[in-house]
Design a protein around this ligand. Sequence first.
Ligand code: HEM
Length: 490
Amino acid sequence: MVRASQVNGDMALTFVGFLSPTTWVLIITTFVLFAIYSIWPYTVFKKMGVPGPMPIPCFGNLLQYRKGRGQFDEKCHKRYGKIWGIYEGRYPMLMVTDPEIVKTVLVKEFYTTFSNRRMAPIIKYYTNVLVEHLRKRESQTLQVKKVFGSYSMDVITSAAFSTEVDSLNNENDPFIHNVNKLMKFSFFSPIFLLIFLFPVSMPVLRFFNIFMFPSSVLHFFNSNLQRMKKARMKGKHSDRVDFLQMMINFQISETVKNEQGTVIPYKSLTDNEIQAQAMIFILAGTETTANTLSYVAYNLAVHPDIQRKLQAEIDEAFPKKSELTYEGVMTLQYLDMVTSETLRMFPVAVRVNRVCKRSTELGGLHVPRGISINVPLFAMHRDPSIWPEPEEFRPERFTKEAKEDRNPYTYLPFGAGPRNCIGMRFALMHIKMGLVALMQEFNIRTTPETEIPLEIGQAALLAPKNPIKLKFERREQHVKFAPKDSVKSE
Ligand code: HEM
């Protein structure tokens, strides 16, 4: 009888002998180099004296995102305080929550914002489509993200690409089809992971025309852009002012007025840049807005008293369901409080970040060049020392007085400083106009299928683990607004 260990030993020797010594040296060298490559960056925070969770080779702390980045940040914030360091793959990321440091980090560069008042008619049109759609599904249990996803996509695609789409009623529209394909982009796609773990692979992928987005989608948007440009050159264009039209105008003009009103030469955008901007617009705007609307609807359904107060404010501002106006909607105070409190509880962006361009001192800490500095919004928005009982939905946290009493850098759903969200005002108008139209027509109610409390999932953008299910019941009577009890401070 031969023992199993002896057989295994013989097999191992045969295997070793099977490869030449040079091959073995190459394999071992590759292995050692890979091991060094995988763990090399993990000394950064140790050298800086910054605490943080232990990384594992190659992945850093990525695998600890299993329950979502927001919850992971919240845990680290409780454990390490106002500054800690983590590694996303090989990238060191310094996390800061101290409002003064946050201010220094975010308020440095310059960036423009996207004006939006002129988009109000587009939004108004789609709020009618939304209400009409829900009328037909009155009292049915609905996954609200689907409904708001279509509403957001219609508004943003229409604003970005000059095109009228109706995804609520026409799923086969080529635009909807391509935008949906664009949205299916996943952080776990093999190409994204390859670029993430081995950034050096990027030029090679580019050489072989391999992109993160499907080439059919890129081709579709490019042909659309060319069609619009041709129409524009022939002087054919609608009076609608949309994002794409604005960029094409810039491209054609090649001059721009500076802040003093002087005309200066302008390095016009290339077609690729215009196309990328329009796509970013859709990617950055659709999910964020749809998720936020879903969270507001959820909060209102779970808190019928707050919903009634909001309806009362809206009924008073727009008696007998009168036409919405941009100014009218944007001045509703309680609506603003409800939206703000929802964005505090559910900041869809979870984190914002900046890269440190040169070595600098932050709150007594030496931060080397190249480090990514992150502001964990979810963790900050749920810090009980700033927001008592943070898991409670309390619009009163956003009265004028309560806001004045707080450091503004403790609440940043749209980021801050010159590089904050360029779609912020557009998004708020989009969300608020949608809500006003809904509140005029419906009561939003929970159903036995509504998950309470809501469990957060682990997607890159803050999204619920399971779909939010609610129903929309037609309102029978309007309620009277009592301003005195609607805006109390905490
Ligand atoms: C509730 C909705 C939204 C939320 C919560 C949100 C949040 C954010 C946040 C936190 C950032 C990073 C800001 C920073 O780094 O300081 C951002 C960036 C950005 N957002 Fe939004 N966003 C929303 C809707 C939109 C919409 C509707 C658009 C476009 C129509 C948009 C376009 C962008 C763009 C292009 C950027 C990148 C700006 C840059 O890199 O300079 N967002 N957004």
